[in-house]
Ligand binder design. Sequence first.
Ligand code: NAP
Ligand code: ZN
Ligand code: ZN
Length: 347
Amino acid sequence: MLTVNAIAAPSATGPLGPVTITRRDVGPKDVLIQIRYAGICHSDIHTVRGEWGPVAYPLTVGHEIVGEVAEVGAEVSKHAVGDRVGVGCMVNSCRECENCQAGEEQYCLNGNIGTYASVDRDGTITQGGYSTHVVVDEDFVLKVPESIPYEAAAPLLCAGITTYSPLRHWKAGEGTRVAVVGLGGLGHMAVKLAHAMGAEVTVLSQSLRKKDDGLRLGADHYYATSDPATFTDLARRFDLIINTVSAPLDLDAYLGLPRLNGTMVNVGAPPEALPIHVFSLFGQRTSFAGSGIGGIRETQEMLDFCAEHGIASDVELISADKINEAYERVLASDVRYRFVIDVSTIG
Ligand code: NAP
Ligand code: ZN
Ligand code: ZN
């Protein structure tokens, strides 16, 4: 076992701080990664605060990981020492169920193994990327194209794939109108990706405070949801709405925005159950859907798409001692647009 430096939450309420954690020995199919950068996803905050259910502490989170391969197991064929690689939200799955066979490991019928707070094959609890090293099965390690700036690549591993996957599934592209609700980590990637796919993109944010940024990121239109006129002006406008908001919303109000056969897909994951009036779905044969991250093959496709289109995340690089402050800023919707930890400052 390797003992490595990390940042962990001691409890649901205590501040995150430095710890040491252990990583398993590099097995025949494993890759040891020296982590360079780790993004801060709002899911990290939901998880460490116990909002999605109880977790075991101390817990190291982080599932937007980029770094270099430091060592490979004897049977590893996909990655070599020195390669620039990434790890997202999953580190394993059963590989045998029909969803795994279809390359949709995120929907593994036996449950994928999350990068943190999951029970690993050996019974230990997985620990995430706010750490100097991680050991991962080679099949769950992605190749990060050299042309994507290193720290700006980290958020692609969750925020990127979580928005790319529904945009592809619901066929965003030329001639489609896409709305993105919430301009945070996921939202800003949804805007960039939908724009690059050729869709007409509208941001629906709580205020107009970030309008200039939204337009710069690729939005064609920008509206404040605090203005009730937004919901009448945009009625029956969109083919696809991607809701990235981490808190409960009045879904019935948003379900007035899709056009005939349109879809509203939730990727935002507030812990609360949200009510929907079914009549909101009848008027235009509207679909309300959810989407969870993306499979390994699609994640690689997304990284290659980003390289091809010159897309990366807009990041604010922080040192490890600023993580608690960053969490507060994420909770205050004061993130532009992803905090990324410089992992060399851990330890
Ligand atoms: P984030 O950076 O905090 O962005 C969320 C954005 O939602 C904020 O920037 C804000 O945008 C808006 N917002 C926040 N509170 C709001 C409120 N009370 N009312 C209306 N709007 C509000 O978070 P993130 O990292 O992008 O993650 C967003 C959500 O997606 C989280 O719940 C996360 O757990 C979830 N998630 C899900 C998946 C999945 O697989 N489905 C994957 C990753 C993350 P404005 O300031 O523009 O209004
Ligand atoms: Zn995430
Ligand atoms: Zn499976």
